[in-house]
Design a protein around this ligand. Structure first.
Ligand SMILES: Cc1cc2nc3c(=O)[nH]c(=O)nc-3n(C[C@H](O)[C@H](O)[C@H](O)COP(=O)(O)O)c2cc1C
Length: 202
């Protein structure tokens, strides 16, 4: 049986990004469990503001959509910016309109984490990630993590805070467990027949 495939999206454009580090911690745990992980992080997410009237697809956008299309599970990691997810990640998610006719993230598990100084703002950002995941028809796993912005990571991406590590581990394990039991439709099941574009935003 082929390995579970995970698309890990997020991080910020800042060197030393905590959300990127947390994403890499989850990616490493998923790989250790045998998953194939494609990380699309930081500058790799820089895309023009999504324009519904533009049909041109850049190589970067094509790579993003290909990673999502292949994935059984998706990991989203964002800094908290003014109580929500970053514009960088939201814009990248807007570009998943390119997957509308395939049902967006239908059938995929989605694990979300937000980084924040303020836990209330972090909870809002986490909620915005989970809302987008669900709007894209993904299955947000029960665990969500707000990573304190002051969390430290070693150069080889070990999180030095055991409590945060434990939460990131649970998040990753739930993502993988769901993906294993509900493999996404690269081989579409009858109930996942592509929806006509006109009904795709239901
Ligand atoms: C534009 C901007 C807005 C921010 N808004 C919030 C906020 O509303 N609440 C909060 O707790 N932290 C906020 N922060 C702090 C970031 O969430 C925090 O620095 C985080 O570590 C950034 O993620 P990164 O390390 O991946 O770049 C903001 C930072 C920036 C640059």
């Amino acid at each position: 049986m082929r390995p579970i495939r995970i698309a890990a999206l997020g991080g910020s454009l800042r060197s030393g990004s905590v959300s990127a580090a947390a994403l890499r911690v989850c990616a490493a745990r998923a790989r250790a469990a045998g998953a194939e992980v494609t990380v699309v992080c930081g500058t790799e997410l820089v895309l023009p503001p999504y324009d519904p009237e533009v049909r041109f697809r850049s190589a970067r956008e094509a790579r993003l959509l290909a990673a999502l299309r292949r994935a059984d599970g998706v990991l989203l990691a964002s800094p908290t910016y003014h109580g929500g997810m970053s514009g960088l990640l939201k814009n990248a998610l807007d570009h998943t309109e390119g997957l509308a006719e395939e049902g967006y993230l239908d059938g995929r598990s989605v694990g979300c984490l937000a980084v924040a100084w303020n836990e209330v703002a972090g909870a809002s950002a986490l909620a915005s990630l989970r809302a987008s995941a669900q709007s894209l028809r993904g299955w947000a796993v029960p665990m969500g993590v707000v990573v304190p912005a002051g969390t430290e990571f070693t150069p080889d991406d070990i999180c030095t805070d055991p409590r945060t590590t434990r939460r990131l581990d649970i998040l990753t394990d739930q993502l993988l467990d769901f993906a294993r039991t509900h493999r996404a439709g690269h081989d579409p099941a009858p109930h996942r027949t592509p929806t006509p574009t006109t009904a795709s935003r239901a």
